[in-house]
Design a protein. Structure first.
Length: 169
């Protein structure tokens, strides 16, 4: 597998290149631009993130676990009758259960974000290419991973990129 990075002069040239390459059946496209381009979100959709579901499950587990921990501690492990109230007086357990749910949701969101985005990424091969130096300033880069570089190179040349570089994924 080989990767090609093509730099384009403007965002319209980049969008035109994405359209052409997708029409020719190339997948594994990724764009690196100095600012957000909303049209790229529709053209290069990512996979749906599992993070919201992970956060929801962690929050529910935290609330149920916190509530269960308090019920167990108050009724089984250390029962104390204070003022004739029932041992499992649930209104007293709500704040702690809520806080434990929030804590687990935040922690799972943070660590889930790191795992889903494969961070910390100590080495990203495509950033070794000298063409990548303009990525955050004024370059509109399109990276393509492909097995068929011989077919891809003439198509990219026909799209008038500023320059093209190779990288090994």
């Amino acid at each position: 597998m080989i990767g090609l990075i093509a730099e384009f002069a403007s965002e319209t040239a980049l969008l035109r290149a994405v359209d052409r390459l997708q029409a020719d059946g190339f997948v594994g496209l990724d764009a690196v631009t100095p600012h957000a381009i909303e049209a790229l979100d529709d053209k290069l959709p990512g996979r749906p993130s599992p993070i919201p579901l992970v956060i929801l499950i962690a929050a529910i587990v935290g609330v149920v676990g916190g509530f269960g921990m308090e019920v167990y501690a108050s009724t089984v492990s250390y029962p104390i009758n204070i003022g004739g109230r029932p041992l499992n007086s649930w209104p007293a357990f709500v704040p702690i259960a809520f806080e434990i749910g929030v804590l687990l949701a935040i922690l799972s969101g943070f660590f889930g974000f790191l795992i889903v985005n494969r961070l910390p990424a100590l080495y990203v091969p495509r950033t070794d290419a000298p063409i990548f130096a303009n990525a955050s300033r004024d370059g509109y880069l399109l990276t393509i991973r492909t097995e068929d570089a011989a077919r891809l190179r003439p198509i990219l040349d026909g799209l008038d990129p500023v320059r093209i570089a190779e990288w090994r994924p």
